[in-house]
Design a binder for this molecule. Structure first.
Ligand SMILES: *[C@@H]1O[C@H](CO)[C@@H](O)[C@H](O)[C@H]1NC(C)=O
Ligand SMILES: *[C@@H]1O[C@H](CO)[C@@H](O)[C@H](O)[C@H]1NC(C)=O
Length: 237
């Protein structure tokens, strides 16, 4: 499942006793057994299949990428139809799996809070998943020909968005720099020095020096494959 880029982390917060937590009502809580109550559920999901970012294309310049028509009609940095289909399946899965247990049978604004990063592709992913997760019940149906209702989400400002810690959390960035120059890390990376050399030879205009650079290269190869550009033969194992 090399190309599976959706992942889900489901964390159930259980609290002892039957009293609701301060600031919550007892209504959405679900009795798990006699003396434990489900107070909160958190679900994290990544965006679906996408086209490449300009940053990635700039980092690894190559002739094939210059033809912008291959990104039509999505544009760059965008969710593809496959990505939408995957997000929709995730919404359907969650609805079937948790209908009437963790999830109420209908969208209730006091029960559900939705947050996404301020990227078109993540917002489109969440909108598509929500279309499957919260199909309108008869009371919510507003257009007889459309099995969809609007469900809102929040997008925090860049500097307040904890999902983007790897760009804006200064402490994380400092610690990461420290790890990169630590003897332990350098020892672990030694076996790959030949690989970096080889990759730099294949992408002469790039400068691949860290495992993170290789991660970005892998992202780019996958994103290009999403728009029909097969990986170069030397990359296939
Ligand atoms: C979820 O539960 C509601 C109420 O019991 C039911 O009407 C609906 O068909 C269920 N939806 C799914 C997808 O199972
Ligand atoms: C490549 O990147 C490294 C680490 O960021 C930097 O020290 C080096 O100067 C760069 N080399 C070139 C040719 O850009």
């Amino acid at each position: 499942m090399r190309f599976l880029i959706l992942f889900i982390l489901l964390a159930l917060v259980l609290c002892e006793g039957t009293e609701p937590l301060p600031g919550t009502t007892s209504e959405p809580a679900i009795a798990v057994d006699n003396d434990r109550l489900l107070a909160n559920t958190v679900l994290l999901a990544a965006h679906g299949d996408r086209t490449p970012d300009q940053d990635e294309l700039d980092k690894f310049p190559s002739k094939e990428h210059y033809n912008d028509e291959i990104y039509f009609p999505y544009g760059k940095k965008a969710l593809t139809n496959k990505g939408k289909q995957r997000a929709y399946l995730v919404g359907q899965y969650l609805r079937h799996r948790y209908n009437n247990t963790i999830l109420s049978p209908m969208y209730l604004p006091d029960e559900t809070y939705i947050q996404t990063t301020n990227y078109a592709r993540t917002q489109m992913t969440v909108l598509t998943a929500l279309a499957a997760l919260f199909e309108p019940t008869p009371a919510q149906k507003w257009n007889p020909n459309l099995n969809w209702q609007p469900v809102p989400y929040d997008t925090p400002a860049y500097e307040d968005d904890d999902f983007l810690y790897y760009y804006q959390c200064q402490r994380y960035l400092r610690l990461r720099e420290k790890v990169y120059v630590s003897p332990e890390f350098e020892e672990q990376m030694k076996p790959y020095e030949g690989l970096y050399k080889y990759l730099n030879k294949m992408f002469p205009a790039s400068n691949i020096t860290t495992s993170e650079d290789v991660f970005y290269l892998d992202n780019l190869v996958q994103a290009l494959e999403n728009v029909g550009v097969p990986p170069p033969q030397w990359i296939e194992c």
